[in-house]
Ligand binder design. Structure first.
Ligand code: NDP
Ligand code: MG
Length: 400
């Protein structure tokens, strides 16, 4: 029996993880859960999985949860940022699912790695912001990081592990559906609403990553994530638009073979693969997911990315080539821009413009400690916020 903690249990990744665990109760036990403030969504999860420990980042939510639980549960509930970190390092938890959205997930993801756990990584922003610092920490402590972002998990499956060195692998291609605006007229982008941007054609995800998928910033972050995880340069990682999301990644080997990962667009699949890796190298967990049907998909189409429609991708490649400080800044500015868009304070076509304007002014010296990562993240957010409020986007795309 393997003990699992889920960071971000009430979110989309949390829900997919729980679906997998529900089908394999004889192999995995949920011992700890964390979320931000949605205590109402946490209640039925506690009732079903009976964890020992629950952390709510929001203290009031923790209090509300405690009050609601007194009748039927012995679970310990704590509130605050430290409680979330304590969930990531809960003594009994061997496997930590890092499913918190955004940079907010860095402290807990870092803590899990520092404490030598097996980390199933969905929280790409934590890796993009801290880069090799997180990976070096894993090397030092002996923690294992297994990707559950679908494309990276697909690369792992195609390459038979995390090693994608030049003697074996020539190039990696990540696919992108192109999001909901792949064919929408560019001159209507300013009027795109948050609900339209969050209506993803092939995946059902949280709001932040859905907006990132519509701008293709998600793929940009994933290119950086892939470069870090598989230790390859920007030139070795390609992106193709593939509208049906049937092929998740392609790995080209040095002998010319290209291995593709094909499967349903369901996050249970990569999560189950990574959980199975915790049981043994050749283990597969049977899953009750909709089976992939070639006849239903019909044809597999691939297109090059149009840089005018998706300027976020070239910006991300430029950040990756520039170094870790720029990757951190790209992520921080994007989080500010997406949050402003979701609040209705920034139009869709200005999201990437704000990120670009921030990057042109930000300090992009590479951080050398975790403290510096947090400090730099705060500085970049303040800069983006200032540019946003001043509407000083003269260097942005909108003014070109
Ligand atoms: P959601 O918005 O659906 O869920 C986010 C989760 O994180 C919620 O449980 C939320 O709690 C919790 N949370 C947010 N902030 C904190 C905090 N400070 N402390 C503790 N918990 C917190 O996001 P997704 O599940 O879509 O995405 C999560 C991560 O996984 C992101 O990094 C994303 O890029 C990545 N990912 C997601 C995929 C998907 O299919 N959804 C696919 C690949 C990667 P509450 O509900 O209380 O707000
Ligand atoms: Mg992905």
């Amino acid at each position: 029996m393997r003990n699992v903690a889920i960071l971000g249990a009430t979110g989309s990744i949390g829900e997919s993880t729980l679906k997998v665990l529900r089908q394999h109760r004889d192999k995995f036990r949920v011992v700890a859960l964390a979320a931000h403030s949605n205590w109402q969504a946490m209640l039925p999860i506690i009732a079903e999985f009976a964890p020992q420990y629950v952390a709510m980042h929001d203290e009031n939510a923790a209090e509300a949860l405690r009050t609601a639980l007194t009748r039927f549960s012995k679970v310990k509930v704590s509130g605050g940022a430290k409680a979330v970190t304590a969930c990531a390092t809960f003594a009994e938890a061997e496997i930590i699912v890092a499913g918190i959205a955004g940079f907010a997930g860095l402290p807990s993801t870092w803590a899990a790695v520092a404490n030598e756990r097996t980390v199933l990584l969905a929280n790409k922003e934590a890796l993009v912001a801290s880069g090799n610092l997180l990976l070096s920490l894993a090397e030092k402590t002996g923690a294992t990081i297994l990707p559950i972002d679908s494309e990276h998990n697909a690369v792992y499956q195609c390459a038979n592990g995390m090693s994608c060195d030049r003697t074996k692998v020539r190039a990696i291609t990540l696919t992108a559906s192109g999001g909901p605006f792949r064919t929408r007229a560019l001159d209507t982008f300013a009027s795109i609403t948050p609900d339209e941007a969050c209506a993803h054609p092939t995946w059902d995800m949280g709001r932040k990553i859905s907006v990132d998928s519509a701008t293709l910033m998600n793929k940009g972050l994933e290119v950086i994530e892939a470069a870090l995880l598989f230790r390859r340069s920007a030139d070795d990682i390609h992106v193709l638009i593939h509208p049906t999301s049937s092929v998740h990644a392609l790995v080209e080997l040095v002998d010319g073979s290209v291995i593709a990962h094909i499967g349903p667009s369901d996050m249970q699949v990569p999560i189950a693969h990574a959980l199975a890796q915790c049981l043994g190298e050749d283990v597969r967990l049977p899953l009750d997911v909709e089976r992939f049907s070639f006849s239903r998909v019909g044809r597999l189409e691939f297109f090059d990315v149009d840089p005018l429609r998706y300027p976020a991708l070239n910006l991300s490649y430029a950040a990756l080539r520039s170094g870790q400080g720029a990757c951190l800044a790209l992520n921080a500015a994007n989080e500010v821009a997406v949050a402003a868009f979701l609040r209705g304070e920034l139009s869709f076509d200005r999201i990437v413009a704000l990120v670009e304007a921030t990057l042109s002014k930000a300090n992009t010296r590479p951080p050398s400690t975790l403290e510096e990562v947090f400090e730099r993240d705060r500085e970049v957010r303040a800069l983006s916020q200032q540019l946003l409020t001043e509407n000083a986007l003269l260097v942005g795309r909108g003014a070109e």
